[in-house]
Write a protein that binds this ligand. Structure first.
Ligand code: BG6
Length: 477
């Protein structure tokens, strides 16, 4: 009765289709801990957090959720949830302490072998991300992802991972949210770099080339043997026009192109979006530069990059309202944010969370999925992250509400808009180190007290709620 009269009745009885899969996610730096144990090398995030303790309220990944020592416990949590898969990332410097294949750390490999085997023994598929932001520190001096040389190093690392784990891992991700990573100044720290108007684009360019080479490596050498799939994970916080004015409508679409299109257009169409190419070229001209700050792909690279995804992984949490910008070109200090010429803000009516950027706007999720379907020829989409930040409450009713609202929109997108979404992944399995706020914001379905040396995992109410969705394949009202 509640369903028919109170809730939009035509979405009430929707079910997740046959074959639809559910999972949860984490990433190496955020959960593993053991940051210099058993031969692991350091990553840029070990350095960032150690050099800026105040910024993270003294939180870091040294121990964090201590998953390195809770392997069986974590798999038991996953088993209890009833998920089909676990999305986690490999720590590059745990496997290759110096980043290169000159030194291979067998104990790091053993850890991931044990995790994968334990998952499979419990009927849970491993979804493995090769890179979730923790660049080996050894690459910092050479410029990290600002330098072309990273492409070959990433290729060698991926090759090693495919050769060792590929018989059991059937879904691979090259890069998690490269845009967030590149914009947060990957070899230094947090957007303080004055040359971001160049370096954002350089980082993205190297990353896209690395992605396409690793896609082909997997496709040619490993896919025939192991029959797996590989793709990237991109994020889009939906850009909603702030008004019906043409200028705002265009600004919102422009920002989507500068945001998601920047990384996905090359994979689908072989090049950056036209609007990015013209706008950055024009701005560069106005700055009297001899070439555009946006690098160009050669024809060979365009051919190589086009089509390099078996699925698109989508991380989605929230949305922005977009107003047209003032068009003033910042000649002295060019930046990516100036280039897209739009103002971004949050609708005050959207409920908040413990993370300032995360406002609850579920209707935008459906719009986004439909836009991806229409703009990119109906690709296969896996939702690879979606979740809510609070202060760590065990009775986390706001998270439950978030899951309810977002999954209802997902069901509508699948059934009414015919968007091809086949997996949903909740962020996160448990509380962990968060890049912006350390342990101050919590995304977990399981609570961790970071002062407790045992790092006991306690299920929150939301874990039971998510479990019931997986079990019934419906969103309870
Ligand atoms: C996603 C990242 O962008 O956002 C996750 O892929 C992260 O790793 C999540 O945990 C929440 O973001 P933040 O900045 O609050 O840690």
């Amino acid at each position: 009765i509640f369903c028919v009269f109170v809730v939009n009745s035509n979405s009430c009885n929707l079910k997740f289709p046959e074959g639809f899969q559910f999972g949860v996610a984490s990433s190496a730096y955020q959960v593993e801990g053991a940051y210099k144990e058993d031969g692991k090398g350091l990553s840029i995030w070990d350095e960032i957090t150690h050099q800026n303790p105040l910024l993270f309220g003294f939180a870091n990944g040294d121990v964090t959720s201590d998953s390195y020592h809770h392997l069986k416990d974590d798999v038991a949590l996953l088993k209890n949830l009833g998920v089909d898969y676990y999305r986690f990332s490999l720590s590059w410097s745990r496997i290759l302490p110096q980043g290169t294949t000159n030194v291979i750390n067998q104990k790091g490999i053993d850890y991931y072998n044990d995790l994968i085997n334990e998952l499979l023994a419990n009927n849970i598929q491993p979804l493995v991300t090769l890179f979730h932001w923790d660049t080996p520190l050894s690459f910092k001096e050479g410029g990290g992802f600002y330098s072309e040389s990273i492409i070959n190093y990433f290729y060698d690392y991926a090759n090693l991972a495919f050769s060792i784990f590929g018989d059991r891992v059937k879904t691979w991700t090259t890069f998690n949210e490269p845009k967030s990573f590149c914009q947060e100044d990957p070899d230094g720290f947090l957007g303080s770099d004055p040359s971001l108007g160049w370096l954002d684009y350089t980082c993205a360019h190297n990353l896209l080339r690395a992605h396409s080479q690793v896609y082909h490596l997997y496709n040619n050498t490993y896919k025939p043997k192991h029959n797996g799939i590989i793709g990237p994970v991109y994020n889009l916080e939906w850009d909603e026009p702030a008004s019906n004015k043409t200028a705002d409508l265009e600004a919102a679409e422009r920002r989507r192109q500068f945001d998601f299109g920047w990384y996905f257009n090359p994979l689908v169409f072989g090049d950056y979006p036209e609007i990015m190419k013209t706008q950055i070229a024009n701005y560069s001209k106005a700055q009297n530069l001899s070439r555009s700050r946006l690098p160009e792909f050669t024809d060979e690279e365009k051919n190589q990059i086009k089509g390099t995804f078996d699925y698109i992984g989508l991380n989605h949490y929230s949305a922005w309202l977009i107003k047209d910008g003032d068009g003033v070109i910042n000649v002295a200090n060019p930046s990516f944010t100036n280039d897209y010429n739009a103002e971004m803000f949050k609708d005050p009516s959207w409920p908040g969370s413990s993370a300032s950027w995360l406002k609850v706007a579920p209707l935008m999720f459906r719009k986004e999925l439909k836009w991806i379907k229409d703009t990119y020829n109906n690709p296969l989409i896996f939702v690879t992250e979606n979740g809510y930040a609070d202060d760590g409450e065990l009775i986390d009713t706001k998270r439950i509400n978030y899951i309810k609202l977002y999954l209802t929109e997902l069901l509508k997108a699948i059934h009414f808009d015919k968007v091809n979404v086949q997996r949903y992944t909740h962020w996160s399995l448990m509380d962990s180190f968060e890049w912006n706020n350390g342990f101050r914001t919590r995304f977990g379905l399981h609570h961790i007290n970071f002062l407790d040396p045992k790092r006991t995992r306690t299920p929150k109410f939301s874990s039971k709620y998510y479990k019931s969705i997986i079990w019934t394949r419906k969103v309870p009202f």
